[in-house]
Every structure is written in structure tokens, then in C-alpha cells.
Design a protein around this ligand. Sequence first.
Ligand code: FES
Length: 154
Amino acid sequence: MPRALTLQVNGRATKVETDDPDMPLLYALRDGLGLHGPKFGCGLGQCGACTVLIDGEAVRSCVTPLSAVAAKAKITTLEGLSKDGKPSALQQAFIDEQAAQCGYCINGMIMQSAALLRTNKKPDEAAIRQALANNLCRCGTHVRIVRAVQRATS
Ligand code: FES
């Protein structure tokens, strides 16, 4: 019998019906709540496309069980970074630098960068590269991605 779990997503309490409380958070966000900011890439916690913030930390939602974050954890998806329909400074910097090529990795890159900027307002290039080292981009637009994060902090 389906169970209703409450998630705190982008500042709102939201109910998700599920038969499997241990299903990946990514599925609940995308399929249950229609939040398509987090992408399904590898499904194994290795590519970073599904990255969201949980209590401000970058987390791979494809390997995070729903039950682990229900009720209390504050979940932020890409959609939660914008305000009143306007992109955040970080999102705008990615747009201005045309950081995306195919774009599939970019949402995860932005979320990973958002987590970095929470704890380091002025990261140098090495810190940005280190923070994004495990977010994969098959198009190879890393140079523009790093520039976008730098632009957001300048
Ligand atoms: Fe989650 Fe690749 S889809 S890390």
C-alpha cells in the first residue's frame, strides 16, 4: 500500500506517495514532483548530473534513499536557486559564459558550485576545479564552467 512521505523541497513541504520508501530521491523529485533540474545520468553516484543540495551540502540524489531525507532535510533543486522566475547570480553566470554545450551535466555543475560557494565565497581556480572534479562533462566544456563560477564570484 502506498505511503505518503513529506519532503521539504525548495522551501515547501510536499507529499510524495510511494510503495518504496527506499527508492532514490531523484525519482521522487523528477517523477513525483515534476522537478527536472536533477538529471538521471549514471544512476550510480558517479557523474553528478543528479546533484541537489541537502541541508546545503551537494548530494547525489540517484543514490540517496527517499526515507533518508523525508520530513526534516531541506532539499534544494536547481529550480530552488532562482527567485521570482529570475536566475540566481550563479545561474546567470553559467548563461553569460555559455557554459553548456549539450547541457546535460550543467544542472549538476551548478548545484555542486552552489554548495562550494556556500562555504567559500571567493574560491580560486584550483578550489573550483577540485569541487567539480567528480562532476563529469562529456562535451569537455570545463573551461567555460570554471569561468562561469569565477564570474559568479567577481
Ligand atoms: Fe546520480 Fe550520475 S545520475 S551521479
